[in-house]
Design a protein around this ligand. Structure first.
Ligand code: UGA
Length: 439
């Protein structure tokens, strides 16, 4: 069985590498010759633990190729996965399908023998049928069927998520296509991963509904954290208390500075547009988007308030700028709202991130980038933990406080406990804890 994956971004590269690990022959296609050349040298353009080894191993074994030649790889393929980008369209936030549509036209022109065309990118409901029309118009004789196979990979644990998924979702309405996809995912179904076959629209909606629900959970616990502060409750206890209810579940109940990344912000906006356009607006999702936007601003205000209400001339040290740990991804990271807000208020920002500084430097001009947490803290009026990288969990707090101008720690990820902070000179602010633990 031969697979062609169009697009070597996050989704395409991880899926392609994992399918080749199952033993299938995979060709990953990208228009960008520079990216293809780098991949052929095992240089991975994204930060994803374990991906370099997986690519190297399967490339050397002859199961994983990279090319700019879409035509040849589509001709040979039993399944073609579309994994190109679907950015938010400027203006209305709907997913922009321009890359998907042009991939579909090119694929259509090169089909040979029965082929299943699979959308792996996150695409609005109705896209699989839209692509089907494009392919039919371009190549009326082509023998093909559509499938929708959304991915549920998290950055930083994408390989583990692919290899041990909670479920695989396949929207498919053609028997031959269903057989091909069942064979592709057999290595996972043999390990008891549920493979859910649905119609095309349901599979497309499962992806948005899943991300919309997870984003709602986060927005909910963030508002509960605000309420905890107002009534002297502890959000860690509340999250544990509700999370033990199997119907709610303990995951994705960590309060923080708001969700970011390449998925939740984009997908909640797209879900809102899909729902409105379908005549079934989702006021809940709209409220989640608004509360998450407001939260990022509120976090900046909170830092300024901890500094006594005036950030002018104050030096603020920032630990972590990526939207979450184990990635260098800066897309829609809360740091991109919080840091400019603090700079506009007159603060001088020093920052460190274990992986994202190169990317962040272009997006956050004016920040003084440092090589470690301690140089960030030196002479600072306060230190803010924005991303919960493991290396920030065991800082030498006495050493840190001694080199700061003022021992003020604002932990927007709650990675420290009061017991750890109490013996240190720090004034400690965290999220959703009673005043006694918070201030
Ligand atoms: C998310 C989903 O978790 C994946 O299942 C999905 O496949 C992916 O989007 C996608 O659509 O491609 P990802 O964006 O990599 O994955 O990251 P998450 O781990 O979900 O975190 C997203 C944001 O929510 C981060 O900013 C994180 O800090 C925040 N978050 C997450 C919280 O604030 N609290 C939590 O409890 C969990």
């Amino acid at each position: 069985m031969k697979i062609c994956v169009v697009g070597t971004g996050y989704v395409g590269l991880v899926s392609g590498a994992c399918f080749s690990e199952f033993g299938f022959h995979v060709t990953c296609v990208d228009k960008d010759a520079g990216i293809v050349a780098r991949l052929e040298r095992d240089e991975i353009p994204i930060y994803e633990p374990g991906l370099d080894d997986l690519v190297h191993k399967n490339r050397v074994a002859g199961r994983l190729d990279f090319t700019t030649n879409l035509a040849n790889s589509v001709k040979d393929a039993d399944a073609v996965f579309i994994a190109v980008g679907t950015p938010s369209r400027r203006g209305d936030g709907a997913a922009d399908l321009v890359f998907v549509e042009s991939a579909a036209r090119e694929i259509a022109a090169n089909l040979s023998g029965f082929t299943v065309i699979v959308t792996k990118s996150t695409v609005p409901v109705g896209t699989a049928r839209h692509i089907e029309r494009i392919v039919r118009e371009t190549s009326p004789e082509a023998d093909f069927a559509m499938a929708s196979n959304p991915e549920f990979l998290r950055e930083g644990s994408a390989i583990e998520d692919f290899m041990r998924p909670d479920r695989v979702v396949v929207g498919v309405e053609d028997e031959r296509a269903r057989d091909i996809l069942a064979r592709l995912y057999r290595p996972l179904s043999l390990r008891d991963a549920p493979v859910l076959f649905t119609g095309l629209e349901s599979a497309e909606l499962i992806k948005y509904a899943g991300n919309g629900f997870l984003a709602t959970k986060i927005a909910f616990i963030n508002q509960i954290a605000d309420l905890c502060e107002a009534v002297d409750a502890d959000v860690q206890d509340v999250a544990k208390g509700i999370g033990l209810d199997g119907r709610i579940g303990a995951k994705f109940l960590h309060p923080g500075p708001g969700f970011g990344g390449s998925c939740f912000p984009k997908d909640t906006r797209a879900l809102s547009v899909i729902a409105r356009e379908a005549g079934a607006p989702m006021s809940l999702v709209d409220a989640v988007i608004a509360s998450n936007d407001a939260r990022k601003q509120a976090m900046a205000k909170r830092i300024i308030a901890a500094l006594g209400g005036d950030a002018r001339g104050k030096r603020i040290g920032i630990l972590g700028v990526s939207f979450k740990p184990n990635t260098d991804d800066m897309r829609e990271s809360p740091s991109l709202d919080i840091i400019p807000h603090l700079m506009e208020a007159g603060a001088d920002i020093r920052a460190f991130d274990p992986a994202a500084m190169e990317r962040a430097a272009e997006m956050l001009p004016g920040v003084d980038w440092q090589e470690d947490s301690y140089t960030v803290a030196k002479g600072a009026d306060c230190l803010v933990i924005l991303t919960e990288w493991n290396e920030f969990r065991a800082l030498d707090l006495n050493k840190l406080s001694a080199i700061m101008k003022r021992p003020l720690l604002i932990d927007l990820r709650n990675i420290y406990t009061l017991e750890e902070i109490a013996p240190t000179p720090f004034t400690y602010h965290s999220i959703g804890r009673p005043a006694a633990l918070r201030d």
